[in-house]
Structures are given as structure tokens and as C-alpha cells.
Design a protein around this ligand. Structure first.
Ligand SMILES: NC(=O)c1ccc[n+]([C@@H]2O[C@H](COP(=O)([O-])OP(=O)(O)OC[C@H]3O[C@@H](n4cnc5c(N)ncnc54)[C@H](OP(=O)(O)O)[C@@H]3O)[C@@H](O)[C@H]2O)c1
Length: 346
């Protein structure tokens, strides 16, 4: 059946606002990266079916980057939205990262945050997304050669022109948050946050709260490591990020999977899965935090949505803290060269 123009009876999810000035979005967002890049081959039909299932379940926030598969991810989202029922399509909000420079072979060679580049990236993204605007637009990593004021200023001009609705940031520290917020309203900071990546708690999260900036948390399952589905004998495709990630190597991996087993015991007592417990933990950290889940299959999405039925009380949170204390993970969250690009880690 062609559902392109049919109005849907899609379910709704609770919503959270991205910061003081950002849009209201579903309490969980769908991160689409793994459907095009970084975690080995993905199945295109299943990816589209997963986006459709997410929209049907009430997910309204779709996160992507123009460099995820070098345009592939945006084209995938365009196809998914074009073939989704009209109501779901109209409710969908796109959150797009830009700025990464790539090689033909797929390498990453740096970031470009010059104003002219920002506008060029946006023009290409709008074309690939088949859209007249992007809902939240952000540079993936700060360009060390361009003051953040200039990059954010260029996005503010795109907002002025109607091509972008809201400005976001990604993986920046507290000082950069302040500098950016002095230029224009910032809706959200997208940054890694999970039971085993808690670096934002000390300085970045309090600063975001002071400035009225929301958080879209990524890596809430630490790229599958704390999903309960990862194991030491899993074969990874060449180019899979996890093949290079310090947390997935040798002794670090064994240590981190031991943490997962401790979490599995707590989850079991709640009648929840490990992944649901890890997502529910991020949800419990504040109404200003929206976890992105990186599901690329409908079964994984269904499991992730089940986290919304898991309520963690003070005793549960204490048990989780005991099982996986802050700082318990072994290994950095990125390889050394990529850590250097993280303004949030300086
Ligand atoms: N701003 C940034 O710097 C940045 C960086 C990275 C990602 N992101 C964004 O954040 C999104 C989420 O990041 P992520 O994909 O690394 O995070 P994630 O949600 O921590 O990990 C996703 C991986 O976990 C596994 N998984 C197992 N059970 C799952 C379940 N029930 N639901 C979802 N995934 C499950 C999946 O592997 P299998 O498919 O193999 O089961 C999937 O590849 C990305 O898609 C991207 O949009 C942003």
C-alpha cells in the first residue's frame, strides 16, 4: 500500500524541550549514524523500516551527520521520510552535524568551521534531505582555526534566512558553551553521556543548565558495549569504530564486560534488559536530557523504547551506582588522535 499521503494514527511519546529556546522533541531520539557508517554493514531496507517504526512509535527526533557515509545517511533519511505517512513526516525533526573533512578512502582529515564552509555544507545537506530547513544544525567538532563565534554566527545567519531553525553544539567544553551562547541562543549540546562516560557531570552539565542549553546524549549504550548484546568474541568488520576504540580492546574489553554483567544483575531484578536499564539511567539524570539511541534494527529499537517503562527509584539508582560506579570503565572513549579533537576533554 502506498502510504505516502495517508494520515497516520502514529502513537505519541512523552516530550522534552531542548534547552530554553529549542524545540520540543520525543523523549528518545533516533541516532541514524550506524545505518550508514562506523559499525560495519547495515541493511538499507531494515534501516528504513527502523526509521518508519520509530516515527510510528512517536519518535520525532532524527539525528544525522552529513559525513555519515558521506551523504549516505542524509539520503537514507530523505527516503525514509518521503515514504513515511504524512503525519509522521510532518512531526519529524532533523538534527544535522557538519564540518568533518573526508577523503575518498573514508579517512577523516579535520574540521572546517569557516562561515562560507558552514553555508556550503548546509546547502548540500538541504539538497540531500530534500528539505527546506534543518531543525537543529551543529558543527561536529570545533575547528581549531576558526573561533566558535564565527561558526555559530554563520549558523545564526542560516536561522535568520529560514534554512535552519535552531543552533546546536557537539562535544564542546564549558568555556566554548559560554562563548557560543553569547553569540546566539543555543538549543542543545550533543555529547557522549552514559553510565560509563560521565565526564560531563562535573562542569559541562552544570554550565549547560546555567545557560538553558539542553543535552542530547549519545553513546548511551557506549556504542553497544553496555547494551548487554556485545561479547568478546564478536567479529568486527574492517573500519568498525569499535575495532579501534580503546574500550573494546583486550583487557579493557574484559573489564568493561564484567561491569555489564554486574549491571545485568540489577536489570534482571527490575525485569528489564541491560540496554533498557542503561537508557533509563540516562533518562533519570534530568528532564533536560534527551538520549539518542543508535538502533538500526526494529528489534533493537523496540528494546530501546521499552526503557520508557523502566522507572528507577532511589534504591535502583544506588544499586546501579554500586554495580557501575562513576569512572569504572577501562579505556578512553575515543582513540588518542580523536580525543585531541574533543573540545569537551580539554
Ligand atoms: N556528536 C557526536 O560526536 C556523535 C558521536 C557519535 C554518535 N552520535 C549520534 O548519536 C547516535 C547514537 O550513537 P551510537 O550509535 O554510537 O550509540 P549507542 O546507542 O550507544 O550504540 C548503538 C549500538 O548499540 C547496539 N545496540 C544493542 N542493543 C541496542 C538497543 N536496544 N538499542 C540501540 N542500540 C543497541 C547497536 O549495535 P548492533 O546494531 O550491532 O546491535 C548499535 O550499533 C548516533 O547514531 C549519532 O546520530 C553523535
Amino acid at each position: 500500500m502506498d502510504t505516502t499521503n495517508a494520515h497516520t494514527t502514529a502513537r505519541t511519546l512523552p516530550t522534552r524541550r531542548l534547552g530554553a529556546t529549542g524545540p520540543e522533541v520525543s523523549v528518545l531520539g533516533l541516532g541514524c549514524m550506524g545505518m550508514s557508517a562506523l559499525y560495519g554493514e547495515a541493511d538499507r531496507a531494515e534501516s528504513i523500516a527502523t526509521i518508519h517504526a520509530a516515527l510510528d512509535a512517536g519518535v520525532t527526533l532524527l539525528d544525522t551527520g552529513d559525513f555519515y557515509g558521506m551523504g549516505h545517511n542524509e539520503l537514507l533519511i530523505d527516503e525514509a521520510l518521503r515514504t513515511a505517512p504524512a503525519g509522521a513526516r510532518e512531526r519529524a525533526l532533523t538534527s544535522v552535524k557538519f564540518g568533518a573533512l573526508r577523503t575518498v578512502e573514508g579517512g577523516f582529515t579535520g574540521y572546517d568551521g569557516r562561515p562560507a564552509a558552514v553555508k556550503n555544507f548546509a546547502a548540500y545537506s538541504l539538497q540531500r534531505l530534500g528539505a527546506d530547513h534543518i531543525d537543529v544544525y551543529r558543527i561536529a567538532r570545533v575547528d581549531p582555526d576558526v573561533p566558535i563565534e564565527e561558526t555559530v554566527g554563520a549558523i545564526a545567519e542560516l536561522v535568520e534566512a529560514g534554512h535552519v531553525r535552531h543552533i546546536g553544539l557537539s562535544e564542546v567544553g564549558a568555556d566554548t558553551l559560554r562563548r557560543a551562547a553569547a553569540v546566539a541562543p543555543i538549543a542543545d549540546l550533543q555529547i557522549e553521556y552514559s553510565l560509563i562516560s560521565r565526564g560531563i557531570e562535573e562542569k559541562i552539565l552544570p554550565t549547560a543548565r546555567e545557560l538553558g542549553i539542553g543535552i542530547t546524549a549519545y553513546g548511551v549504550l557506549s556504542r553497544g558495549l553496555i547494551s548487554g548484546h556485545f561479547s568478546g568474541d564478536r567479529a568486527l568488520a574492517p573500519g568498525d569504530f569499535r575495532g579501534m576504540s580503546p574500550r573494546f580492546q583486550g583487557e579493557n574489553l574484559r573489564h568493561n564486560l564484567d561491569l555489564v554483567e554486574r549491571l545485568r544483575e540489577v536489570a534482571g531484578r527490575k525485569g528489564a534488559t541491560v540496554a533498557q536499564t542503561a537508557i533509563a539511567w540516562v533518562l533519570s539524570r534530568g528532564e533536560d536530557i534527551v538520549p539518542l539511541v543508535g538502533a538500526r534494527r526494529r528489534d533493537r529499537l523496540g528494546e530501546a523504547l521499552g526503557a520508557l517503562d523502566v522507572t528507577l527509584d532511589a534504591a535502583d539508582l544506588a544499586a546501579i551506582e554500586e554495580a557501575v560506579p562513576a569512572g569504572a570503565a577501562a579505556g578512553d572513549r575515543y582513540p588518542q588522535a580523536q580525543m585531541a579533537h574533543l573540545d569537551s576533554e580539554h
